[in-house]
Design a protein around this ligand. Structure first.
Ligand code: HPA
Length: 235
C-alpha cells in the first residue's frame, strides 16, 4: 500500500537514523480524530525492491517518532486453498527465507548489547485481535490466520519452491515481512500484518500469468484493507 485514502495529512517528517534514511518521509496525519503515522516501505513511487528496503532505518524512525503499534500491509501470493485472491488474512506466524538483509540491531557493533529477542509469536495477539474486531465491525470477512513465508524476491518463486513452502507449512508468501517483524520485536513494538492475497502462488492453480491475476484482484483486496483500517483505530 503506497497511500492511505481517509488519511488527512498534517505534515511530513524527514528523519535520518543511525542506520541511514528510511524508505520515505513519515506521513503524520489523522484518520478521523486518531493520530497515525504512515510509511511507504517501498518508497515514493514504489521503487525500492524488497531486498533493498532499509528495514532498520524504517523501524528505527517509526520507533523514534513514538510508534508502539504497527499494522503492516502486505500483498502476498496464496498457497492455501482458503486464501483466494482478493481475500485478506491476519497471519499468526511466519517462516523467514530471506538472506543478506541487515536484519538486527544486535549486530555487535557500536557496543550494542547482544539480545536474543523472543520471537515465538512474531505477530502481536493484541494487534491481531484489534484487526479482527475491526474487520467484524466493517463487515469484511477475514479468510483466516495462517503462516506467512517470506522470500527474498524480487523475482516470484518457482512452482517447486512453492511446493516446498507448502510442505514447510506456509499458507501465503510475501517478500517484506522479514526482517521487519523481527526488528519491531527488538524495539518492543507490537506488530501485526494484514495480508492481502493478490494471486495464487506459482503453480498452485496451473501455470497462468501471475501478473494478470494480480491486476485483477489487488483492488478488491485493497478495498477490504481500507475498510478494516478505517475501523481499527484507536488501538
Ligand atoms: N510471491 C511472493 N511475494 C508475493 C507474491 C508471490 O506470489 N504475490 C505478492 N507478493
Amino acid at each position: 500500500m503506497n497511500q492511505w485514502p481517509g488519511l488527512s495529512i498534517e505534515r511530513w517528517l524527514v528523519l535520518d537514523t543511525p542506520y541511514g534514511a528510511p524508505s520515505a518521509p513519515l506521513v503524520l496525519g489523522r484518520v478521523g480524530s486518531i493520530p497515525v503515522l504512515f510509511l511507504a516501505r517501498h518508497g515514493e513511487g514504489h521503487k525500492l525492491p524488497p531486498h533493498a528496503i532499509n528495514y532498520r532505518a524504517n523501524l528505527w524512525a517509526l520507533h523514534h517518532a513514538g510508534v508502539r503499534t504497527i499494522v503492516a500491509i502486505a500483498a502476498v501470493g496464496a498457497i492455501a486453498e482458503w486464501f483466494a485472491p482478493g481475500a485478506i488474512a491476519i497471519p499468526e506466524d511466519l517462516i523467514d527465507y530471506t538472506w543478506g538483509r541487515a536484519h538486527t540491531y544486535s549486530d555487535g557493533r557500536d557496543g550494542s548489547a547482544l539480545r536474543h529477542v523472543e520471537f515465538t509469536q512474531p505477530y502481536a495477539m493484541r494487534v491481531r485481535a484489534a484487526l479482527q474486531a475491526a474487520a467484524d465491525s466493517a463487515g469484511v470477512a477475514v479468510a483466516g490466520a495462517g503462516v506467512m513465508a517470506v522470500t527474498q524476491g524480487p523475482r516470484l518463486e518457482s512452482a517447486a519452491e512453492i511446493r516446498r513452502l507448502a510442505r514447510d507449512g506456509a499458507d501465503m508468501v510475501g517478500m517484506t515481512g522479514m526482517p521487519e517483524a523481527a526488528l519491531a520485536a527488538e524495539l518492543g513494538i507490537d506488530y501485526a500484518c494484514l495480508a492481502v492475497s493478490v494471486n495464487w502462488a506459482a503453480g498452485v492453480k496451473g501455470l497462468g500469468s501471475i501478473h494478470a491475476e494480480i491486476e485483477q484482484s489487488i483492488e478488491t483486496g485493497m478495498r477490504k484493507v481500507r475498510a478494516v483500517l478505517s475501523e481499527v483505530l484507536p488501538m
